[in-house]
Design a protein around this ligand. Structure first.
Ligand SMILES: C#CCCCC(=O)N[C@@H](Cc1ccccc1)C(=O)N[C@@H](CC(C)C)B(O)O
Length: 197
């Protein structure tokens, strides 16, 4: 898997490849690893498909309850704290690297990386999964504060497709989810639409 998220001047953009593998076998070449937690908060999943699914199921349930009791939408920070709590308290059983990203009226667009051990890191951009090894240096150089939505989306698609080209654990299509005050937009970039280099 290659997953990433980055902040831009109005919100966040989440990106992921679509390969689910068991060893060298590709079990699903069109997986959707960017999962809804609330109307304005999404989760990028890597690691065990089963573990990451069950964590997202629990957090979606808890956030739904929380929204009803609170009478207003949950914040990105709250969603990230719930993901971290499940990940940390069950760290010996779970194998899931997660990135929470979304928009709320208190912090605007925000991103939290929750790697295997269950720590939560608030960051302007984050990457995860097996393909992330190929992206840390690239993103350190390519990410800039206050990018436009178009610049940010182009960077996400370029980064994920570069990792897909080199990482055998990543492949398929590039999926993105844009989240800002106006709402959520899902995009899809098939192999023939990707930059080769
Ligand atoms: C189908 C099936 C059985 C397992 C599928 C399964 O979890 N594959 C994993 C790799 C893995 C991980 C840990 C144990 C075993 C196999 C996988 O493809 N993970 C991708 C993300 C998830 C959300 C799709 B990515 O991290 O590569």
């Amino acid at each position: 898997t290659t997953i990433m998220a980055l902040q831009y001047d109005g919100g966040v953009i989440l990106g992921a490849d679509s390969r689910t593998s068991t060893g060298a076998y590709v079990a699903n070449r069109a997986s959707d690893k960017i999962t809804c937690l609330t109307d304005y908060v999404y989760l990028c999943r890597s690691g065990s498909a089963a573990d990451s699914q069950i964590i997202s199921d629990y957090v979606r349930y808890f956030l739904n309850q929380h929204t009803i009791q609170l009478g207003r939408p949950a914040t990105v920070k709250t969603a990230a704290t719930l993901v971290r709590e499940l990940s940390y308290q069950n760290k010996s059983f779970l194998e899931a690297g997660l990135i929470v990203g979304g928009w709320d009226k208190y912090d605007g667009g925000s991103i939290y990386a929750i790697p295997l051990g269950g720590t939560a890191l608030k960051l302007p951009f984050a990457t995860g999964g097996s393909g992330s090894s190929y992206l840390y240096g690239f993103l350190d150089q390519a990410w800039k504060e206050g990018m436009s939505k178009e610049e940010a989306e182009a960077l996400v698609v370029k980064a994920v497709s570069l990792a897909m080209a080199r990482d055998s654990g990543s492949g398929g299509v590039v999926r993105t989810v844009v989240i800002n005050e106006q709402g959520v937009t899902r995009n899809f970039y098939a192999g023939d639409k990707l930059p080769l280099w």
